[in-house]
Design a protein around this ligand. Structure first.
Ligand SMILES: NC(=O)c1ccc[n+]([C@@H]2O[C@H](COP(=O)([O-])OP(=O)(O)OC[C@H]3O[C@@H](n4cnc5c(N)ncnc54)[C@H](OP(=O)(O)O)[C@@H]3O)[C@@H](O)[C@H]2O)c1
Length: 164
């Protein structure tokens, strides 16, 4: 039997804008400090963007931080720069013996991902936090691009959410 229920009306443009802007004022954002001394953090795509900011924050909390990065194109911030900035943040917070390094890991080349994982396993450290952050929203050409592994590049590079 066909339903006689009417769909609710579409929300107004103003309501949608208001919802979209909620929480975007920096004056309302508070992030509690954490004590991550002795913890090990891997953050992929940590040289730039949100990953870089997170890496600097982790470092200031005393964590040992490994950035998993590709050799970026020249217009992007090089991981060396972010390592320097993470060390500065760590030292400013009194953490002078943290390990902060970047290791090569190009999500568009699975051999480098495997090499990264093996290098990590060889350290024998427990992994306390994995920030699987590296990602891209689209290819610059907008055309179908395949990686050397044969996968569509956006599909391969972006963080995967495991099936539940
Ligand atoms: N910002 C948003 O509104 C938003 C919304 C939804 C989801 N996200 C997701 O959140 C994550 C961070 O976003 P963002 O805004 O900080 O992006 P971003 O500024 O573009 O940074 C992306 C990071 O991923 C790295 N990356 C790209 N391709 C890579 C590859 N093949 N191998 C290794 N690293 C690679 C980039 O390195 P290079 O410097 O070498 O390019 C960069 O460090 C991404 O996964 C993004 O899809 C962001």
């Amino acid at each position: 039997m066909a339903s006689t229920q009417k769909s609710p009306p579409n929300p107004s443009w103003y309501w949608c804008r208001w919802q979209a802007l909620r929480g975007t004022s920096g004056s309302h954002i508070t992030i509690p400090n954490a004590d991550l001394r002795g913890k090990w953090v891997i953050i992929t795509g940590g040289n730039n963007g949100i990953g870089r900011e997170a890496a600097i924050r982790f470092a200031s909390y005393g964590a040992n931080v490994i950035l998993g990065c590709r050799e970026p194109p020249p217009h992007e911030k090089h991981p060396d720069v972010t390592v320097v900035d993470c060390r500065a943040a760590a030292e400013a917070a009194g953490h002078i013996s943290s390990t902060i390094e970047w290791w090569h890991c190009d999500m568009a080349d699975l051999a480098t991902v495997e090499a990264f994982a093996n290098r990590w396993l060889a350290t024998g450290h427990a992994l306390d936090i994995l920030a699987n952050n590296a990602g891209m929203s689209r290819t610059s050409s907008g055309k179908l691009t395949k990686t050397t592994d044969g996968f569509e590049i956006v599909h391969q590079v972006n963080p995967k959410i495991p099936n539940r």
